[in-house]
Each structure stands twice: as structure tokens, then as C-alpha cells.
Design a protein around this ligand. Structure first.
Ligand SMILES: NC(=O)C1=CN([C@@H]2O[C@H](COP(=O)(O)OP(=O)(O)OC[C@H]3O[C@@H](n4cnc5c(N)ncnc54)[C@H](OP(=O)(O)O)[C@@H]3O)[C@@H](O)[C@H]2O)C=CC1
Ligand SMILES: CC(C)(CO)C(=O)C(=O)O
Length: 328
């Protein structure tokens, strides 16, 4: 049995833990925070389009802290907490687990999420993943719901000396396939992250600043205006990516057209809006901040991204202030 530690037992943490254990070849130590008592005492109900239904599932081990988890070596330490470098860096959050992982796996949105961990662990394998999935934890941590399809693009983040390490990626892909999910190994995960950030910068930001569901954002009276704005926002990101030498398999321009064609006016809320409504910090730095900083680095003007970034920074400021207030 392979030992796996999953830090952040929310929507994606519990979904991929369930899949990993379903492979029959891995056992998961789940590091929980607010859901610790619930998961330990009652387990988790799963209602997933991809993985099926299950009542009161418990991972192999449930612990309340990274300290408690750090009593053994793990083949994979999987990070499925929100990427919030303006709140806490990934190495600081992982704490003692940094010395207990053969490979670290980041399943998070945004670009540049690997940076801080790579600087702390220059020669350790980091697998980076972008999930295309709609999953949520409801009923105070008791129920995982997952709608529609699931896809997880995975790739090895380059080691500092540029040497590729593919074995861990093969093992992880195999476990996830056996567990019933759809991992897609990619040779250039940085490019994949830029493809995904097109969606998140455009739709997550606009839905969050306007507090609109996709149906409200894409409503008939203003759909043409929204689509034109989305194209301009994506155009800025594409220019930054091009100037930064990001090489995607297909043209980012084609990807953008495809994304706009595929989005549906449903009641879906991007995870950034879900976080805002739940008074939780939003992933503004890894979704917008990194792109805006890269734009400055390569000298590309990004006026539309600046406006979105500034608005979301102000929202984040309020969310963090509320949080400090409630902790007093
Ligand atoms: N949900 C989705 O459908 C999708 C999510 N993503 C991305 O995947 C990543 C994970 O998202 P998601 O699963 O939705 O997030 P959730 O908010 O559902 O889960 C995050 C979990 O991490 C926990 N956590 C945070 N800090 C710590 C800590 N210090 N120690 C232990 N646990 C901690 C949280 O605990 P607590 O409850 O106490 O805050 C929470 O349970 C994000 O980057 C997101 O953008 C990408 C595509 C789709
Ligand atoms: C693109 C999407 C909806 C996941 O598939 C997402 O990343 C999010 O809600 O933040």
C-alpha cells in the first residue's frame, strides 16, 4: 500500500482521496481543519457523478494537523487547500510534512503556485495539476457533491536543474485511473496552467466582482457585451503568455474561442464567488496577481486585468479584515 497524505480535505481533497483509496493501492492520511470532528466521527457521504454514491466513507486515517501527520514518510503529499500566498505560503502551511514526502502534488488553480515550494525543495519532485471539475463540500463538511465530468491535467514541475522525473507521475496517474478518475499527463504543465487561467481570470473574476452566476453573467440583454469583454481580457493574457515564452500545444487564441463557445448559462458559480459568499479568502494572487506581475516583467500593458485585479484586491482586503475581526 502506498502512503498518501492529503492536506486540505475540502471538495477536491476528499474527491481525489476517495479515488486514490478506490484504486486499492493507496491509503490516505487526511489532514482536516474545520471538518476534523465531522469526518472522524461520521465520515463523509459522497454523491459524485464520476465516482458514484457512498455513505459515511472514512479515509484510512484522519488527523487534525500536519504535525500529527508527520509520523511517517509518504509517497505523495497532495495539497488541495486553496492557494493563498497572501495568507500563508505553501511551505509554511505544510510545515513538518516538508521532510516527509517523496513527491508533492499541487491540485490548485492559478499560475506560479509551485514557486514557493520549489524554492524550499529545489530537488524534490513536484507534480502540478489543474482540475476541470465542479465539486463542493456541503452540510458542514458532511457531504461531497460532484456534478458533470472530471478531468485532471497533471505534469511534473521542472526540477531546479531541469532534470525530468517522470516515475512519480506515472504512479500517480495509474492510481487515479484505477480509482475511476480521468488524469491526463502533460509534458508542459506550465502551459496547461496558462490555458486554465484564461477561464479563471475571465469568468471567475467577472462573476465575483458582479456577484453573478454564469446564467446572470451570460444573460441575453448583455451577452454580446460580456463576450466582447471576455475576448479582450483573454487577449491580454494571451499576449503576456506569448511574451513570456509559454508554448501551448494548441494556440491559446483557439483555446479562448473554444472556452467562450463552450460556456453555458447555468446556475454554476465559480469557486472564487463561492469563497466570497462564504466569507473565505479568494485566490486573487495566483489567478490574477501572478499574471499582472508577469505582464509588468515582460512589458505588456494589461489595463483590463489591472481593473479586475484592483477590484478583487479590495474585496480580498475586506474578507481578510472580517476574518481577523471574527478571530478576536
Ligand atoms: N471545487 C472545485 O470544483 C474546483 C476547485 N479547484 C481548485 O482546487 C483547489 C482546492 O479547492 P476546493 O477543494 O474547492 O477547496 P475547499 O475550500 O473545498 O477545500 C479546501 C480545504 O483546505 C482546508 N485547509 C485550508 N488550510 C488548511 C490547513 N492549514 N490545514 C488543513 N486544512 C486546511 C480547508 O479547511 P477549512 O474548511 O477549515 O477552511 C478546506 O477543507 C483550489 O485551488 C481551487 O481553486 C479547481 C477546479 C474546480
Ligand atoms: C473552471 C472551474 C469551474 C473548474 O472546472 C474552476 O476552476 C473554478 O470554479 O474555479
Amino acid at each position: 500500500m502506498l502512503e498518501v497524505c492529503v492536506v486540505g480535505f475540502g471538495a477536491l481533497g476528499s474527491f481525489y482521496s476517495f479515488a486514490l483509496e478506490r484504486s486499492g493501492q493507496a491509503r490516505v492520511t487526511a489532514v482536516c481543519r474545520s471538518s476534523y470532528e465531522t469526518v472522524k466521527d461520521h465520515g463523509l457521504d459522497v454523491d459524485s457523478n464520476v465516482l458514484g454514491k457512498y455513505d459515511a466513507w472514512r479515509p484510512y486515517r484522519v488527523v487534525a494537523s500536519t504535525q500529527e501527520a508527520a509520523d511517517r514518510q509518504y509517497r505523495f503529499v497532495v495539497c488541495t487547500f486553496k492557494a493563498l500566498p497572501d495568507v500563508i505560503s505553501t511551505p509554511d502551511l505544510l510545515g513538518p510534512l516538508l521532510d516527509h514526502g517523496d513527491s508533492f502534488v499541487l491540485i490548485q488553480n492559478g499560475v506560479g503556485v509551485e514557486g514557493a515550494l520549489r524554492r524550499r525543495l529545489p530537488m524534490t519532485t513536484i507534480i502540478s495539476g489543474c482540475a476541470w471539475i465542479d465539486a463542493t463540500i456541503v452540510e458542514k463538511g458532511r457531504l461531497l457533491t460532484q456534478y458533470g465530468p472530471e478531468r485532471l491535467t497533471l505534469g511534473v514541475h521542472p526540477l531546479t536543474d531541469g532534470k525530468p522525473e517522470e516515475e512519480s507521475l506515472e504512479i500517480l496517474t495509474d492510481l487515479l485511473l484505477k480509482g475511476g478518475t480521468t488524469p491526463e499527463p502533460e509534458s508542459d504543465i506550465v502551459a496547461q496552467r496558462w490555458r486554465k487561467v484564461l477561464w479563471n481570470v475571465a469568468y471567475s473574476s467577472l462573476c465575483t466582482v458582479s456577484r453573478a452566476t454564469m446564467r446572470e453573467l451570460l444573460a441575453e440583454p448583455h451577452i454580446e457585451l460580456v463576450n466582447a469583454t471576455i475576448k479582450e481580457i483573454m487577449g491580454e493574457i494571451i499576449l503576456v503568455a506569448r511574451m513570456s515564452g509559454i508554448h501551448t500545444g494548441t494556440l491559446l487564441e483557439d483555446e479562448a474561442v473554444d472556452i467562450i463557445r463552450r460556456v453555458k448559462p447555468t446556475d454554476f458559480k465559480p469557486s472564487m464567488l463561492v469563497d466570497l459568499e462564504a466569507n473565505r479568502p479568494i485566490e486573487v494572487e495566483v489567478i490574477l496577481g501572478e499574471v499582472v506581475r508577469e505582464a509588468a516583467e515582460v512589458g505588456v500593458p494589461v489595463p483590463r486585468l489591472q481593473v479586475l485585479y484592483t477590484s478583487l484586491k479590495a474585496i480580498q482586503h475586506k474578507l481578510l479584515a472580517n476574518r481577523r475581526q471574527s478571530q478576536l
